[in-house]
Write a protein of this length. Sequence first.
Length: 264
Amino acid sequence: MRVLGRTLFRLITFLLIMSLVIGVFGLFLIRRSYPQIDGEIRLVGLDAPAQIIRDTNGIPHIYASSTHDLFVAQGYVHAQDRFWQMDFWRHIGQGRLAEMFGPSQVDSDEFLRSLGFTQLAELEFAALDGQSKAILEAYSEGVNAYLAEHSGTSLSFEYMTLVLQKRGYEPEPWEPIDTLSWARMMAWDLGSNMGAEITRAVLAGSLPRSRVNELYPPYPADRPFILPQSSPYAGGDSVDSEPIAGVPDSDLAALLTSVAAQVA
């Protein structure tokens, strides 16, 4: 019994020590990807010093002497705070998830590429004016300045999942097209209620608002709101008022055709 007791004690002690070591190592990996929030960082290419002040909520406030420097700093801060999300979502928008997670994502990539967001982003960038292109390029400069100084789990703890899968993945430099394709992906993701909005617009042209609100209840008046109640977009009118002004028939027809094509 004494031998068994000693063995059990040693096992428990070993497990406690290993748990402590793993916990400390995990904390180290997590904290090494935290953004630098004080001190000075030297970035090549700035026109003049820029200042980034984080408030008590960690939200960065950027002060710069030129538009170029402002967006370089913004790109750098975004990469500090959320590069894993940026990298992951550009791969979603461009249908390149298999590069990160392997063959299991090929089917997803085929679907995502069928949406054509990369081609749309390329056309959009080519059509932009010089100032807009310069902003996107400055933002990319800032992101890439951060990538030049960090890699692996120092970029983000989530990259540990790829290390454990032995993917050997390394993020590539950020390009203006990445920003635009990510924006289109976010717009598509957040626009899932488009069909309901179009249907509501059609009904609002012929039904009283009270009937429309039965199908599409308005935002509760007792909940927090951003727009002032006096705003024409706040929806504070009585449900018994006149029918809502409808969207022009020609516009509705085009929208309905678009929705039908997506459903098909």
